[in-house]
Design a protein around this ligand. Sequence first.
Ligand SMILES: CC(C)(COP(=O)(O)OP(=O)(O)OC[C@H]1O[C@@H](n2cnc3c(N)ncnc32)[C@H](O)[C@@H]1OP(=O)(O)O)[C@@H](O)C(=O)NCCC(=O)NCCS
Length: 146
Amino acid sequence: MAAIRSATIDDIDAILELEQGFGVDAWNKDQFESELTNPYAYYRVAYDGSTILGYCGALLLGDQADIQTLLVKPQYRRHGIAMALLDDIIHYLKDAHIHEVFLEVSATNHAAIKLYTKLKFKNIGIRRNYYKTGDDAVIMKKELQP
Ligand SMILES: CC(C)(COP(=O)(O)OP(=O)(O)OC[C@H]1O[C@@H](n2cnc3c(N)ncnc32)[C@H](O)[C@@H]1OP(=O)(O)O)[C@@H](O)C(=O)NCCC(=O)NCCS
């Protein structure tokens, strides 16, 4: 059973190991260090004991936020962990008076697009060739009601 807590610098190695799942678009250690020490970032991990099962982070910018990363360990997918991480973050963003949440997702990532659509994110545009793979990014936005 997964629980959720704040991510810390000590989680970086476990996060990086999972992050390899993003292939050429995977973030590196410097990027995660900079995110986890950014005072405007809110990063959470799902865990079971000492095992990190997934992570998700957002950057807060005024009354807007961007979901920066989201990943669940392959063998733990389809158990509601991504939904629980996003619910947790959205709850925090509402309390922080954020009105709009944005994210980019590969147009070929049907699992993630389905997840975000379930959470009422709307497709608001396309960025062509956004990823190193050459895939387009779909830009999605969710409005948060106070
Ligand atoms: C996308 C991802 C985060 C989903 O994580 P997860 O913990 O498996 O998702 P959940 O179990 O919370 O799924 C919630 C809902 O999202 C949708 N969904 C999730 N994975 C799906 C899949 N593979 N196919 C279709 N729908 C899917 C479903 O509607 C699902 O509800 P259901 O299981 O009741 O049908 C996971 O597949 C992952 O880590 N992928 C690689 C990294 C990634 O793509 N991150 C997003 C970058 S923008």
